[in-house]
Design a protein around this ligand. Structure first.
Ligand SMILES: [Mn+2]
Length: 418
């Protein structure tokens, strides 16, 4: 228990074996946390600290993008659907049947608001299958038609984010399916590439180790310490590591805080339960200034009070927000197809208004929906829910774009028939 709680910076200073080779060398020079995990992996690859066969022609083939300049087309968004309208199961399965974009120029010329990208990682979770999350999400929606004349407006705001925002599918980050550590680096660069154009990156996972490269990339663009992370999860995901790895799906919060991308005071966590954390851990979280909301607090004070507190904390926090939504924040009754389901969770009716409201109050600069595992899903319930989670987040973004910043805004005609 004790070693699990010791940070890797502290660990290496104390000479504990949780420090990796690059970090151990740094510790001798007296600056144990001088490098980010991303830099360590990049250097490790370059210096062959990760033993890879240099003669293997496929060593880096996974990470090389195709040469888009050979496509001979003008930059802008590309509609790949043959029809103007269809059912969810008809057409080329992009996210929300949205058009695609492949380059930063496409995003700029297309004035894109939200760019979805897949990140098919599941190697840092003990329960595999979330690598298939992006494919399930592209095929989600079940009965929902798409395209001309069909509105997907929220029954709460009468705003249709797919009409009011320009949304694209930006494709998937390259992954080395044998290494989570190597895969994190290209995810970081692709998220950063999107954010640098002013477009909101929306990352569909994949396991929750992704929060680390995602939020670090957004913080690199908008300023370290300037982004608040609103983290929906059954689990704290703030472990020091696991099995000797710096990054697992249980430790992204720890990496982000210790490397200074997101200070603890900028963290708000909602839905926590399960997986005994212990008082040492809650003390560490309080010392960092993390505002955590366990289900114990919901049981004591009721959901509405907790929701009010969250809106107040978001209002008082940084101007930019990043949402990280682990589907296991929902009860397994609603999200059976999650990486690590925990009974006793939140309902969609409880979480949807929070997702919408946060993005109305503050400028959303990115979000991820992670731990979608179609291999253990029940009749596509979880991918359908994930689809709706993305729509609710985008609904909040669209509200703000229209000048609605009241987190509890509801369309008056939908709350009163007189
Ligand atoms: Mn998580």
């Amino acid at each position: 228990m004790k070693t699990r709680l010791i940070s890797y910076a502290m660990g290496s200073a104390l000479g504990l074996s949780i420090a990796g080779p690059a970090l151990a060398a740094e510790a001798e020079q007296g600056s144990p946390a001088a490098k980010t995990f991303i830099e360590m992996v990049e250097e490790g690859g370059k210096n062959n600290l990760i033993p890879l066969n240099p003669d293997d022609a496929s060593k880096d083939m996974w990470s090389k993008p195709r040469d888009f300049s050979k496509d001979d087309r003008k930059p802008g968004i590309i509609n790949v659907q043959r029809g103007e309208f269809g059912m969810a199961y008809v057409g080329i399965p992009t996210f929300f049947k949205a058009p695609i974009a492949l380059t930063p120029e496409d995003l700029k010329v297309g004035k894109v608001d939200v760019a979805f990208m897949g990140a098919s990682l599941d190697m840092s979770s003990g329960r595999r299958g979330t690598a298939f999350g992006p494919a399930a999400m592209r095929n989600s929606g079940i009965y929902l038609p798409w395209g001309k004349g069909f509105h997907t407006s929220s029954e709460h705001t009468m705003i249709d984010p797919l009409q009011d925002l320009v949304v694209v599918d930006y494709g998937d980050a390259p992954v080395d399916f044998t290494s989570n550590d190597r895969s994190i680096v290209p995810v970081y660069h692709l998220v950063k590439e999107i954010a640098e154009t002013g477009t909101i990156p929306a990352i569909i996972g994949g396991d929750h180790s992704l929060m680390y490269p995602n939020a670090a990339a957004v913080a690199a663009v908008y300023g370290k310490g300037k982004v608040g992370v609103i983290h929906f999860d059954a689990h704290i995901d703030a472990e020091a590591g696991g099995m000797g790895h710096y990054l697992t799906h249980g430790s992204p919060v720890r990496r982000l805080i210790e490397e200074g991308h997101v200070p603890g005071k900028n963290y708000i966590q909602i839905g926590l339960r399960g997986w005994l954390v212990g008082e040492d851990m809650t003390r560490w979280m309080r010392e960092q200034g993390i505002r955590y909301h366990f289900m114990a607090e919901v049981e004591k004070d009721g959901w509405n009070k907790v929701m009010e507190r969250v809106f107040q904390e978001v209002s008082d926090g940084p101007d930019y927000v990043y949402l990280s939504i682990d589907l296991d924040a929902f009860d397994p009754a609603f999200a059976p197809g999650a990486g690590t389901p925990e009974p006793g969770g939140l309902t969609p009716r409880e979480l949807f208004p929070v997702l919408r409201g946060i993005c109305a109050v503050k400028q959303c600069v990115g979000f991820d929906i992670v731990e979608l595992n179609p291999l253990v899903d029940n009749n596509n319930a979880t991918s359908h829910l994930a689809n709706r989670v993305a729509r609710e987040v985008m609904n909040g973004i669209a509200m703000r774009k229209k000048g609605i910043t009241d987190p509890k805004y509801l369309h008056p005609e939908l709350t009163n028939h007189k």
